[in-house]
Design a protein. Structure first.
Length: 239
């Protein structure tokens, strides 16, 4: 009779261990998935900085072009004024100003060329980075997808284990079940029924009183209680 209960309690404990492990695993999924989502954001940020640089350079280029336009307008005005000058001095002064403007325009055009070169390089960099990032994002998405499907699988497994446990618990003498639940609620390591293979309690590591130990050896079909930690003890003959 008690041998059957020992067998059932050991089975119950085994299911409880699996339930515990599965619940821990399930509780970790959201954290792992969140980490992967963060990784995706980090990848996209890399691209943002290049896009930002491109934007700044384009603005700089645009400003320089406007600068040139402005100077060209000034040159036009000077050219018009040249027709109405009264003195040689005035004439030379206007030509001097025009020459300065033309030189400035050449400098700005050089600057624009430099910017265009930078833009071209950045565009190339952006393209290869985009390719790289897209690959990484794809990998991360696949990982997320896998985690989600693993999570669903674990949840189903958990449901199955819980109903298995419920059915098993119904078969066990309620007196033992309530004692089992009581020990379980106090045991942080999940050990409710410990299998004795020497004179030490495998759960709390206290040396068992010699009388109790010899009782366990003599009566492998019986359940005992550890006087120190209160857990069920049974002989290793039951496994
Ligand atoms: Zn103990």
């Amino acid at each position: 009779m008690e041998r059957e209960i020992i067998r059932q309690l050991l089975k119950l404990q085994d299911i409880d261990k699996k339930i515990y492990q599965l619940e821990r695993k399930i509780s970790k999924y959201p954290i792992e998935i969140k980490k992967l989502e963060e990784q995706k954001k980090e990848e996209l940020k890399k691209l943002e900085s290049i896009k930002e640089k491109l934007k700044d350079l384009n603005i700089e280029k645009k400003n320089k072009e406007l600068d040139i336009q402005e100077k060209r307008d000034k040159i036009k005005k000077i050219e018009l004024s040249l027709n109405n000058v009264k003195t040689n001095h005035e004439y030379r002064e206007l030509l001097r100003q025009k020459a300065i403007l033309e030189k400035e325009i050449l400098n700005i055009e050089d600057n624009i060329l430099e910017i265009m070169e930078k833009l071209e390089n950045l565009e190339k960099e952006k393209e290869s980075l985009e390719k790289e990032i897209n690959e990484k994002l794809k990998e991360i998405d696949e990982e997320i997808e896998k985690k989600n499907s693993d999570l669903e699988k674990s949840k189903r497994e958990l449901e199955d284990l819980k109903s298995l446990r419920e059915n098993l618990a119904k078969e066990i003498d309620p007196q033992f079940i309530s004692k089992y639940e009581l020990i379980k609620s106090k045991a942080s390591d999940g050990i409710v029924i410990a299998i004795v293979d020497n004179d030490v309690c495998p759960a709390c590591f206290m040396v068992l009183p010699p009388r109790l130990y010899s009782d366990i050896l003599k009566n492998p079909e019986k359940l005992f209680i550890c006087p120190n930690c209160g857990r069920f003890l049974c002989s290793e003959e039951n496994v």
